[in-house]
Design a protein around this ligand. Structure first.
Ligand code: FPP
Length: 238
């Protein structure tokens, strides 16, 4: 019997997989642990996802790590997330460089602590020449904010009478170097998109998994891709 990994059709891979990593808090609560501990285990699951995506030679992965709406959480939880993010890049950046990963950041820098901007800048800069898996960390990200910012940037440099277009929108979004999302995965059983990559998901297939993010393993990615490969994507055609 072929393994799950061998059941993935390498000719029909999603180019861009976007992941809403939900359920860290519930995972922790069900074990009597702090929410910060849930996020810590969640950060470990990111490496598992990256390894599985690298193994399959997927082009791009976007990770929803902190939304523009997450500022309403208690400051202690937000601070723990920034600590975790900095520790994550301290530890994993050399590994990502070795594996050929290219790091991107999508989101507003406004309000992000200076130390977070520093680690993101370093990761983006030091992986800029890499040709492997693109990993897009969506931090202080909201799709509506992204779209409004893109339109404003375009308008500032547009010539009088010039009209806007879908192509121009693509060029002004944070994700300008990434393909459209083919597959969106959300963990934890919630079935909503929560202001994530709204423009880029126009023709994405959505897969909602019951697993809490800290329990996410390569097998979940393989199963999601196998399910994706069974879908009949018509892009509005017949
Ligand atoms: C959603 O779960 C998760 C987040 C808002 C944060 C995601 C962060 C990580 C996976 C780890 C840190 C990230 C990096 C890039 C190192 P939730 O807290 O809303 O869970 P709940 O819905 O069960 O409360």
């Amino acid at each position: 019997m072929p393994s799950l990994r061998d059941s993935v059709d390498r000719e029909l891979l999603p180019q861009h997989v976007a992941v809403i990593m939900d359920g860290n808090g519930r995972w922790a609560k069900s074990r009597g642990l702090s929410r910060a501990e849930g996020h810590r285990k969640g950060a470990e699951a990111i490496e598992k996802l990256m390894d599985a995506a690298l193994e399959l030679s997927i082009n791009s992965v976007s990770l929803y790590a902190f939304s523009t709406e997450n500022w309403s959480r208690p400051p202690a939880e937000i601070g723990a997330l920034w600590d975790l993010l900095c520790a994550f890049f301290d530890e994993k950046l050399p590994i990502m460089i070795e594996k050929g990963v290219r790091v991107y950041h999508s989101g507003s820098r406004k309000k992000l602590p200076a130390r977070v901007c520093r680690v993101l800048d370093e990761a983006v800069l030091r992986t800029a020449g890499n040709k492997g898996l693109k990993v897009n960390f969506c931090l202080n990200y909201g799709a509506r904010q992204e779209i409004v910012t893109a339109v404003n940037h375009w308008a500032k440099q547009a010539k009088p009478g010039e009209s806007f277009s879908e192509k121009k929108m693509d060029e002004f979004l944070y994700t300008r170097d990434l393909p459209d999302v083919d597959l969106l995965i959300r963990t934890s059983g919630e079935c909503r998109i929560s202001n994530f990559l709204l423009w880029q998901c126009a023709y994405a297939e959505f897969i909602f998994l019951k697993v809490m993010w800290p329990d996410f393993r390569s097998s979940h990615l393989y199963r999601a891709i196998i399910e994706f490969q069974k879908r009949n994507r018509r892009f509005g055609g017949l």
